[in-house]
Design a protein around this ligand. Structure first.
Ligand SMILES: Nc1ncnc2c1ncn2[C@@H]1O[C@H](COP(=O)(O)OP(=O)(O)OP(=O)(O)O)[C@@H](O)[C@H]1O
Ligand SMILES: [Mg+2]
Length: 232
């Protein structure tokens, strides 16, 4: 059995809203193995995005740990180490894409390289990053859209820019939040095809979805319900 890449233990996340406490995650345990494609299934509001943001180091839990590569509890990371974790060790495709509206497709992907490695850190990186960004955009079928800003891209095209951005630093784990949630059947199929190709190349994938059929395309499905995860 392959090695563990991410291990979450007893993750809890409680939100306080208007004086009331909302216990969204109530003790989530999760193991992700290198090279696997894990689907996290759950109804709307079950806490899938909350969980993915915690795993991605964008939010902090009320309690619990996420250990990466058997060494670090990511919630102890600060500063540059936390930035590197968020931007290079994992890559996150947000449910709402979160592209920068004033930047074109190529620049949106390059931003990922800048955040992950420090684009100006060494000469030559800039050209190398640009080449990789162009290759990734070609791979997701957007070679003809490099200079389009997000408002001139379709939803599926925005999604693909977001995927290219998440991949720019060759993350060890790709986290994808409802990657086909807003797309038509054909566009969804092409995104899933891309994920299959990445998976075949060894990419570890954690994909969140409310769609059983989409979840089944992965190796393994766990379901988030009432704040806890259960296996398939
Ligand atoms: N910052 C916040 N403050 C207060 N409540 C929050 C916050 N973020 C999320 N919630 C609540 O936590 C619950 C889970 O939200 P989350 O976005 O994780 O659900 P989800 O499973 O991703 O849903 P969907 O499938 O609709 O995307 C929701 O009821 C939401 O209102
Ligand atoms: Mg969500």
């Amino acid at each position: 059995m392959s090695e563990t890449i991410l291990h979450a233990t007893n993750l809890r996340r409680t939100f306080s809203e208007a004086g009331r406490e909302l216990h969204v995650l109530r003790g989530v345990d999760l193991t992700v193995r290198r090279g696997e494609w894990l689907s996290i299934l759950g109804r709307s509001g079950s806490g899938k995005s909350t969980l993915l943001h915690l795993i991605g180091g964008l939010d902090r839990p009320t309690s619990g740990r996420v250990v990466f590569n058997d060494e670090t509890d990511i919630f102890t990371l600060r500063g540059a180490k936390l930035d590197r974790y968020r931007n290079a060790h994992v890559g996150l495709v947000f449910q709402q894409y979160h592209l920068m509206p004033e930047l074109n497709a190529l620049e949106n992907v390059l931003i990922g390289a800048m955040l992950g490695r420090g684009l100006l850190a060494w000469p030559g990186h800039r050209r190398q990053a640009r080449e990789r960004a162009e290759q990734l955009l070609a791979r997701v079928g957007l070679s003809e859209r490099l200079t389009h800003r997000p408002n001139k891209l379709s939803g599926g095209e925005r999604q693909r820019v977001a995927i290219a951005r998440a991949l720019i630093n060759r993350p060890q784990v790709l986290l994808a939040d409802e990657p086909t949630g807003n797309l038509d059947i054909d566009t969804s199929a092409s995104i899933m095809e891309l994920f299959h190709d990445l998976h075949r190349e060894g990419q570890t994938l954690v994909m969140v979805t409310h769609d059983h059929a989409v979840a089944k395309t992965g190796d393994r499905t766990v379901t988030l319900s009432k704040g806890k995860l259960a296996g398939d």
